[in-house]
Design a protein around this ligand. Structure first.
Ligand SMILES: C[S@@+](CC[C@H](N)C(=O)[O-])C[C@H]1O[C@@H](n2cnc3c(N)ncnc32)[C@H](O)[C@@H]1O
Length: 212
């Protein structure tokens, strides 16, 4: 479910930069061949991730949750010259579709793809400092990921967390475990004085955090 009404989404799509052709292809292929295609960031959120990345001009990006590679390609658009994006995915079945689209979009030399559980991989990554981190994997571990990456994010760097509005359930009466976990994360971030934070009601809710 999108937080914004469909008519508004269509208007936004029509009045923002178009989805690049290569990403339209990946979007289509994901919908045709892969389970749960709604997980892909898509046109509007993808352009926002690209925009934010271009503003930061990161030398080093970490993405947790590659899926078919859509958001990784968007974020890589903003990498500084010689920059690198590390992306972590637990599901090996995604390997062919990810690698073929990294090649098609000419980002294969800028992106290092890691397969495995993010929690185990993050501490061993060959990266001292992250300029931008995008957390978009298993939502129950979002707080663990936030804690694991925090000390490695530079001052002024961004941490972006997806799905923080959880289809609107976080401000409703729901008491299921997933909703409670996301509420806890949002509550914790809201009072953390080391960071500036803003929830953008884009798609399922993007929490943009800037480290002071
Ligand atoms: C919402 S999708 C990512 C979508 C992608 N970022 C995009 O916008 O196109 C979440 C992905 O995280 C992966 N994932 C789930 N748990 C994980 C874990 N513990 N470590 C690494 N990846 C994980 C899933 O297999 C899935 O492909």
């Amino acid at each position: 479910m999108d937080i914004l009404p469909n008519a508004l989404l269509a208007y936004l799509d029509d009045h923002c930069d178009p989805e690049p052709e290569a990403l339209q292809q990946l979007n289509r292929e994901t919908h045709l061949k892969v389970l749960r295609p709604h997980m892909l960031s898509g046109h509007y959120q993808g352009r926002l991730l690209s925009f934010l990345s271009k503003m930061v001009a990161p030398k080093c990006i970490l993405e947790i949750g590659t899926y078919t590679g859509y958001s990784a390609i968007c974020l890589a658009e903003g990498l500084a010259e010689g920059g690198i994006l590390h992306t972590i995915e637990v599901n090996r079945e995604m390997e062919d579709i990810i690698n073929s689209h990294f090649k098609l979009t000419n980002v294969e030399n800028k992106i290092k793809l890691h397969f495995g559980q993010a929690e185990a991989i993050i501490p061993d990554l060959e990266a001292d400092v992250f300029d931008l981190v995008f957390i978009d994997a298993d939502k129950k571990n979002n707080f663990t990921y936030f804690q694991l990456v925090f000390d490695k994010v530079r001052s002024g760097g961004l941490i972006i967390i997806d799905n923080v509005l959880w289809k609107g359930k976080v401000y409703g009466p729901e008491k299921d475990t997933d909703t409670e976990n996301i509420r806890k994360l949002n509550d914790h971030i809201a009072v953390d004085s080391r960071i500036e934070k803003l929830i953008l009601p884009v798609r399922d809710g993007l929490l943009v955090i800037r480290k002071k």
